[in-house]
Design a protein around this ligand. Structure first.
Ligand code: FES
Length: 119
């Protein structure tokens, strides 16, 4: 895996509690979620058709896309509906009160290739 530096994403206070903020880091759209106990960085867009995840509905550990109802677990990035989909996850760290993200997705063995489907 190539070495990729952490990139400044935003101030921690920019991400609302139990909410999300999209950032574009080196051309990669990423959503930072502020859960009750930590910050998590996931794909910035819904895997179905690219709706920004910061605009989706967040309830507990679930983010639901309002366009067609796809759901994901924020904690793992794994799909709930459909279960076979998965959001990319990115390492995120807090330095002082700033969030820094490594804009290279962590490897996920169970990622399903949807490119062959005509949605
Ligand atoms: S774009 Fe998100 S469910 Fe269709």
């Amino acid at each position: 895996m190539p070495e990729v530096d952490f990139v400044y994403a935003c101030e921690a206070s920019d991400v609302p509690e139990n909410g999300a903020l999209n950032v574009n880091l080196d051309g990669v759209e990423i959503t930072i979620f502020h859960t009750p106990d930590r910050f998590l960085a996931r794909s910035g867009v819904c895997k179905h058709n690219g709706f920004k995840l910061e605009l989706c509905d967040i309830t507990g550990d679930t983010v639901t896309c309002p366009l067609h109802g796809w759901k994901y677990r924020i904690s793992t990035g794994k799909g709930v509906k459909p279960a076979w989909t998965v959001l990319e996850t990115y390492p995120v760290v807090m330095r002082a009160d700033q969030l820094w993200v490594q804009p290279l997705a962590e490897k996920q063995d169970d990622e399903f290739d949807t490119s062959a489907f005509d949605w």
